[in-house]
Design a protein around this ligand. Structure first.
Ligand SMILES: [Zn+2]
Length: 107
């Protein structure tokens, strides 16, 4: 499980960094958009998309934080809805997943 913890912590660090970059860009319009936003830059011409992106990052961060809490409490890997074990492949692809595939697609 320590691998997962490390992955989650790396994901968290990268999101925190992206959030900071985004905030700087919003505050200082003249600054060019960082390279890792290049793909999204095309659609980021208005504040609405900026806000949406910011919310998306905030949500991702929340998911990761709660996954780290579950890891600490020993409930990581169990679906928060039905309690069954989340499929290993799903956790591999989405380490912050809180629900099994069935509950996630029903939600
Ligand atoms: Zn479930």
């Amino acid at each position: 499980m320590s691998d997962i913890k490390q992955r989650l912590e790396e994901m968290r660090a990268s999101i925190v960094e992206r959030k900071a970059k985004l905030a700087r860009h919003v505050e200082h319009r003249e600054e060019p958009l960082p390279q890792d936003f290049a793909e999204q830059a095309v659609e980021m011409e208005n504040d609405e998309t900026m806000v949406a992106l910011e919310q998306e990052l905030a949500q991702e961060l929340k998911d990761i934080e709660s996954a780290l809490v579950r890891l600490k409490e020993g409930t990581y890997g169990n679906c928060s809805q039905c309690g069954t074990e989340i499929q290993a492949g799903r956790l591999e692809a989405l380490p912050a997943a809180a629900m099994c595939i069935d509950c996630a697609s029903a939600a």
